[in-house]
Design a protein around this ligand. Structure first.
Ligand code: PLP
Ligand code: COI
Length: 361
């Protein structure tokens, strides 16, 4: 698919852009351009374009505004020491976008168009990719919306795929400092056969009330339990979880249909297994974690995701209790795996699994 490029006649001045990318905060500034590709039921995908960044002209009856038929992705561009720009496992994000599309009755974007869309945006906005110091990146937000003007409740016959990009620092500021997590006891994110596995806006909307409660209690993320029994740990509002045991094995909740298939999660499982460590994917109850932490069986807990990278969890908290993990200090394996993963992403550590894809020289 050929992209037609219309340059922004009023890009952010160089000095202003440099100031922004020297000290970026998550998701507040955006580059000079965006990608748009249109889909219509009778035409398929067409009209691939790179256009100036700016508001979307949308009819108030557009289906996405009423029924939330929307999906998105999160993926980063990393600048290496030699100035080249790379991304991490983009085909995995492309395939996940397709699975999310299937679940939300949206059209599936071809994998090559997804990868090309990142390359096209970098071709015009490459100067927005920050230098690697302080784990800065350019965060891509590819998304797909139901863009048909129709209030009937059915899958839209017109959709748009877009990509915007934002220079970001780490999602959690303050370095590798353990975060406190609020346990949602009276709020579920996803149920059986629901949309938990899809990266769709509604899952995040469903998490916000609990998240607000978490903030009020000094926590920066919310942990959701299974909707049926409120027994088993699923994931955080925007991250997957790992538990490290004293004997060296690691456990992470299995992908039972309600959890996002994290690409960071999958990569970490591979890196841990490369070290000869055993990683169990299974149900993990809150009771097991409470007991494991108190007996010293569980020595580290960490969260992971594209935005969060790898972040130690120091405290799990609810109205009923406070579980403090590893003295609220970052664990050794957490720090090590974070160093290895970011090392691969920034080109400092050998990319044994060919996860990196070059976007620009
Ligand atoms: N879980 C949820 C709910 C998320 O939003 C994310 C972030 O994308 C993740 C897990 C981690 O996924 P990934 O590692 O692919 O970014
Ligand atoms: C990501 O890690 O890319 C996410 O999407 C998490 C959050 C910012 C929604």
């Amino acid at each position: 698919m050929q992209f037609e490029v219309t340059r922004n006649p009023n890009p952010v001045p160089d000095a202003e852009r440099e100031a922004i990318i020297a000290n970026p905060t998550f998701g507040t500034h955006f580059t000079d351009h965006q990608v748009v590709v249109v889909w219509e039921k009778d035409k398929g995908w067409h009209s691939a374009q790179v256009i100036p960044y700016g508001p979307i002209m949308m009819d108030p009856s557009a289906a996405v505004l009423h029924y939330g038929q929307e999906i998105f992705e999160g993926i980063k561009a990393y600048r290496h020491e030699d100035g080249s720009i790379w991304t991490f496992r983009p085909e995995a994000n492309a395939r996940r976008l397709q699975r999310s599309a299937y679940r939300m009755a949206l059209p599936e974007l071809p994998v090559d168009v997804f990868v090309d869309s990142l390359r096209e945006l970098i071709a015009v906005d490459g100067a927005w990719v920050p230098s690697p110091e302080g784990e800065k990146t350019l965060y891509f937000r590819p998304f797909e919306i139901a863009a048909e003007n129709f209030l009937g409740v059915r899958a839209a016959q017109r959709a748009e795929y877009r990509v915007i990009a934002s220079p970001v620092g780490p999602y959690f500021t303050g370095g590798i400092k353990p975060v406190s997590i609020w346990i949602a006891l009276d709020s579920s994110r996803a149920g059986k056969h629901g949309t938990g596995e899809a990266k769709t806006g509604g899952n995040y909307a469903a998490s916000l009330l609990a998240q607000q409660k978490g903030y009020e209690n000094g926590c920066s993320q919310v942990m959701f339990l299974d909707a049926e029994t409120a027994t088993y740990i699923e994931e955080l509002g925007g991250m997957n979880l790992f538990f490290v045991y004293k004997d060296g094995h690691i456990a992470t909740p299995s992908l039972d249909g309600t959890i996002l298939h994290g690409i960071t999660r999958d990569s970490i499982i591979t890196l841990l297994e490369d070290r000869g460590l055993s990683v169990e994917q299974r149900r993990i109850s809150l009771d097991e974690v409470r007991e494991g932490v108190s007996t010293g069986e569980i020595v580290e807990v960490f969260a992971c995701g594209t935005a969060a990278v790898v972040t130690p969890v120091g405290v799990l908290k609810s109205e009923r209790e406070e579980i403090v993990i590893g003295g609220n200090e970052p664990g050794a394996l957490t720090v090590d795996i974070r160093t290895e993963l970011t090392g691969i992403q920034y080109g400092r550590v050998a990319d044994r699994h060919n996860w990196l894809v070059k976007l620009a020289d």
